[in-house]
Design a protein around this ligand. Structure first.
Ligand SMILES: [Zn+2]
Length: 288
């Protein structure tokens, strides 16, 4: 699928959460979720397949934290390439020969600029290493997501641009007031990324669908937006996280999100295949 072309023609349904489903499935919080692509690929493939069956046409690889800095917490910093390649293989097996866009998920490094400097970490190199592995393994796009710091996504985007011209999605986690944690205004951050050649911008995590609608009101709907709300705030009950936005109410917000410029809509933390099923039919019923 040519993602940009597709987004011009229609609203596209993305997938839902991976991490919260794994926790629900009994995977311990202390585990390295990304490594499961190597040790338990069937488990990850089943989740991708359930999202595709639900109607997702863009799926994200299970590689949010598959960079050297985050993998180092598990003593796996030497396995960046192996884990990312395995994740792409699993997602591609789930997609088989269907018209699905496999997007390589890239999250923040999880350290501040100051930490990186103090530890002598070359952030651009870390992003380049992960993104190169994803692209070489054959992803159709790169999905930079849940960034809260403008400088960091800028470094990631530059690194991506040195490797390939494949489409990329640049998505921030931003509060409904439109101000990023680093202090920048989201609308201005979008403009700067557009100047750098980013074609698809977006917001994910942090907000439920209603809060996303508030956030989108402050943005110009001039370019295709990717919007991945959460299913509400997690509440810990009986050792499990519960999210309070039910699939139908999640999907009911799709109309408002699309009216504000969303062209790719999926789900972040707490969303399940049931949310994506409801979302997919809501999108299909929108006037084109
Ligand atoms: Zn999230």
């Amino acid at each position: 699928m040519d993602l940009l072309d597709e987004l011009e023609k229609r609203v596209v349904c993305g997938d839902g959460a991976m991490g919260t489903l794994l926790l629900d499935d009994g995977v311990r919080m202390s585990r390295c979720f990304e490594e499961l692509c190597v040790s338990e690929p069937e488990r990850i493939q089943k989740i991708h397949e359930s999202y595709i069956t639900a109607g997702a046409r863009v799926i994200e690889t299970n590689t949010f934290g598959a960079n050297a800095v985050r993998l180092q917490r598990f003593g796996m910093e030497e396995r960046v390439s192996e884990i990312n390649r395995a994740a792409v293989a699993v997602a591609k097996s789930a997609a088989r020969n269907r018209d699905i866009c496999v997007a390589g998920c890239v999250g923040p490094l999880g350290i501040t600029a100051r930490d990186a400097a103090a530890r002598g970490i070359d952030r651009a190199r870390c992003f380049r290493e992960q993104i190169t592995a994803l692209l070489e393994a054959g992803v159709d796009a790169i999905f930079l997501e849940t960034f809260t710091d403008f400088d960091e996504i800028e470094i990631a985007l530059r690194a991506k641009k040195t490797v390939s011209e494949a489409p990329e999605i640049c998505s921030f986690a931003c509060r409904p007031d439109g101000r990023l944690r680093c202090g920048a205004i989201l609308g201005e951050a979008f403009n700067r990324l557009r100047e750098m050649g980013a074609k698809i911008l977006g917001v994910n995590c942090m907000n439920d669908p209603a809060e996303m609608v508030v956030l989108l009101r402050q943005l110009p709907a001039e370019f295709p937006l990717a919007v991945y709300p959460t299913a509400g705030r997690p509440r810990l009950r009986d050792d499990r996280f519960h999210y309070d936005v039910a699939p139908q109410s999640f999907a009911d917000a799709a109309r408002d999100l699309v009216a504000k410029g969303a062209r790719l809509v999926g789900g972040c933390c707490g969303t399940t295949p049931a949310h994506i099923t409801a979302l997919g039919s809501a999108i299909a019923n929108l006037p084109s």
